[in-house]
Write a new protein. Sequence first.
Lengths: 361, 231
Amino acid sequence: MIGIEAVTKKFGDSEILKKIDLDIQKGEIFTLIGPSGSGKTTLIRLINLLDTPTTGKIIFDGTETSAQEKARLSVRRRMGMVFQKPAVLNTTVAENVAFGLKFRGVEKSQIEKRVQAALGLVGLNDFSLRRAITLSGGEMQRVSLARAMVTEPDVLLLDEPTANLDPVSSEIIEDLILHINRELHTTVILSTHDMLQGQRLADRIGVIMDGRIVQVGTTNDIFYHPAGKDIARFVGIETILNGIVTTNDGGHATIDSGNAIFEAITTIPPGQRVMMYIRPEEVTIAIRDGDLPKTSVRNQLTGTIIKMVPFGPFVRITIDFGSPLTALVTRRSADELGLAVGTAVIAGVKATAIHVLPDTR
Amino acid sequence: MSEIIEGFLQAVNMIVTLNPDLLQIAALSLYISLCATLIAAVITIPLGGLIHFREFRGKQALITLIETLYSVPTVIVGLLVYFLISKSGPLGFLGLLYSPEGMILGQAVLIFPIILGLVISALSGISLNIRDTIVSLGATEFQGIFEIIREARFAILSGVILGFGRAISEVGVAMMIGGNIRGETRVLTTAIALGTGMGEFSLAMALGIILLAISMMVVFLMKFIARRYQP
């Protein structure tokens, strides 16, 4: 649907986007995730043709977008965009939603009908005569969504649509995005710095860091097979260990991290330096009393708890086994096991839960 | 002090008795300044929109120049317009000198920079978010400028009111272009200047009070109209 070919964007001397290549498929939800300031907004604005790339091409539905304002306008009119900061014009909700249709010269009677339908989509039918600036942030963002959708765009762009919203409003917006994609088959491009939101919404994810697309893949690819240390950190993998492959028996390898020997699944041959990524929710914790338990979990690491941080219904526990290892357990199980800083524990990690990548340094 | 009280009483008396001289002068003042404001506003609002929307070299310098011209002395404008429309001037053939139309032109020129500058400033006050939203919704340049002007309508109105205030209260242009001809180009401010010169302080005071009363009515009216046009 949209092709981005070798796109760079400079503002003055600083290069915000560095040779971006992307291909967005018709009908998918493509999520751009990356830290603040990585270039997400700049890229989405380029796709919406609000700005022009310094070099490179943007291809919309098979045709390269031109530099001529008239042609850009007609392409722009096939997209809808929701900005990070909810922005409404100082008039009624209905008139706000009507703008896109008004600009396209749609008949008045048609406008009224379609505005009501769009407000119905976001559940704001009763708000049509309210002054838009008196709404809450979440409601304004729903108005923005209705305003973008009323023109029935081929592509819906959302730039961190929930970054300024409370959790309840965010959930409403997320549900609406899924609904729009699944029921209306609108192609959705969404940017977020919230990797969990990316995980919830995306068919495919593009990770953008420091102006470069560093990995594109399915949610599973990105969260369980990150292509590098920075990506791993960003997607919430806290434990990253260095090691050397010592044996490899048909893909079942042993890796020496210096403090412990790990078993993991990888094709990397013996002698190679590797990095091991372990997601905190993949680490189990047992109390250490006497012998090691009999279990299918291949890696049993003995250590002591050095840090416990509450995290919603979970507790993030850091265990020192010579190196730090982070586990995410429910608060209830932490309470029942009587876990505290200083408790001697055994951390379990299945061989399949360790993601191994060659150490490129 | 007694002049003020006397002036106030005389003002009330002149208004209540519908003094024909006063009515003519007040009506002419209002006519000239409203026309000047209207002409200046009709030109400056879209022009301000264009200056705000377009990026070009020297934009900031232009805006600084416009803002500098806020404080141009009325007599300088009077002098320039005088050259322009006097018999030997380029617009001399129009015969505008010592006519109300000439005064309208002079006042329009005088308040042009104020309204233009305040329109640009009002538009700059609209957040970039709103501007982006409008462009993203598929507005043409013209539609975009129109909507942003609408969004900034209250701030723009303040600029227009200020322009009107400067027009109706100025003496320089009215005196130099109009000539203070009784029954033809005499307006409130020139009548006040003349009255003071002739020692008729309470008459001057009365005219001053009436001028302020007229201004107040115009401001109320503009605000009323603006409020009618909001949803």
